[in-house]
Each structure stands twice: as C-alpha cells, then as structure tokens.
Design a protein around this ligand. Sequence first.
Ligand SMILES: NC(=O)c1ccc[n+]([C@@H]2O[C@H](COP(=O)([O-])OP(=O)(O)OC[C@H]3O[C@@H](n4cnc5c(N)ncnc54)[C@H](O)[C@@H]3O)[C@@H](O)[C@H]2O)c1
Length: 204
Amino acid sequence: MNIGICGTGTIASWTSDIMNQLDDPSIVLYACATAPGFDCTEFAAKYGWKKVCASYEELMSDPAVDLVYIAVPNTFHYDLCKQALNAGKAVLVEKPFAINDTQAAELIALAEEKGLFLCEALWPSFLPVRKAIDEEITALSREFFHGGHHRQTDGRRYRHAGQCAVPGSGQEPGAGRRQSAGRRALHVGLHDRPLWGGGGVRLR
Ligand SMILES: NC(=O)c1ccc[n+]([C@@H]2O[C@H](COP(=O)([O-])OP(=O)(O)OC[C@H]3O[C@@H](n4cnc5c(N)ncnc54)[C@H](O)[C@@H]3O)[C@@H](O)[C@H]2O)c1
C-alpha cells in the first residue's frame, strides 16, 4: 500500500517513525507534502518518503497513492478529506475527524458513495485492550440497567447513568460527580498515554 502523507509536523513525524519500525514491506512511505509555500525535502529524507510533492493536490492526483494520511491542523481536515475522497483515495485522518457533525456526516456519506475507506486515526480503537474495555463497559451497562440497582423508567436517570454512575460505587447518578464511567472511558480512549506502544494499561 502506497501511503501519501499530508503534513510534516509532530504527529506526521511520529507516525513515519512508527511505520518504519513496523518494517512491513506492504506499507510504503511513498509521497509527502506540506503546507503551501514550505518544502518537505528534509522530512522525506529523514523518514524515507520516496517522493516529495509540491502541494497536497499534487499528492492526491498521483495515481500511485493508495491511502492519504491527513496530519494537518484540525481546520483543514474536512477540506483535505473531501479532496482525497474525490480523488478516489482511501483516507486516514487525524483526530478530530472534523469540526462538527455536519462535516463528519458529509464525509462519511461521500466515502460510502465512493466505496472508499475512511477512518479517524484514533489508535486505541485498534489495540487488543479495546476489546476488553468494550466487554467491561457492556457488563457494567448490563449490571446497571438490569441488575436492579437503579431500575427506573425515567429517561433523565438513564442519561445520567451514562455520565455519572458506577454500579457498586455508592455513587448515585446525577449526584454531581463528574469523574464518571463515561468520562473515564473517554480518557482511556483518547488520552491514556500508557496505552501507547503497549506500555501497559492504566484505567485511571
Ligand atoms: N492521534 C494523536 O495521537 C495525535 C497527536 C497529536 C496530534 N494529532 C492531530 O494531528 C494533527 C496535526 O497535529 P500536529 O501536532 O502534528 O501539528 P503540527 O503543527 O506539528 O503539524 C501540522 C502540519 O500541518 C501542515 N500545516 C500547517 N499549517 C498548514 C496550513 N495552513 N495548511 C495546510 N497545512 C498546514 C504542516 O505540514 C505542519 O507541519 C492535528 O489535527 C492534531 O489534532 C493527533
């Protein structure tokens, strides 16, 4: 798979480094491009990207590029995703996927229409620990909703349940505590650095 990378900053450097460490011949660091008016020759040489493109447009119009990895500031994700999908490329885009749900829905619809892969680069989703977290959350939800602790038909309670309640913690839903199951899960998903590189799992 020939990868084209848009952006040559921090995350682009990390990802290039990691792809090189994978040493997988099916992953080819093929083309790179950076912000208008800047040159990425040095970046290409450092990480072994084969081709330096003068613009994102040039990169996306190269028929040899299979997947475009978008690693630029958030405000440009939507436009570049759209350009890449319209150029017929699979897309991996850095988080956040887009800046609102309208943009996200439009991109997903475009990818579906074209039958193209489109994915947000939220790496924890692809770690084995994700499965364990899903199972734990499912078990907790089952206990919470069906275990008799907080069985109510009040929709408001159920909404609070997702945010604030941890069964068995003595913590009532809606009690004002925001260090919640939902929020903790988000932290695990987005920010728990020890997950990176398999350095152990820490559920704070
Ligand atoms: N998944 C993660 O763990 C993770 C970590 C850090 C950053 N990110 C995301 O990656 C993206 C890039 O973050 P970063 O820290 O690498 O930023 P950065 O500023 O280090 O690099 C951004 C790169 O985008 C390009 N760029 C800059 N200005 C541009 C412009 N005006 N038009 C087009 N391209 C431009 C340049 O190549 C620049 O090097 C952000 O969306 C950020 O949220 C994700």
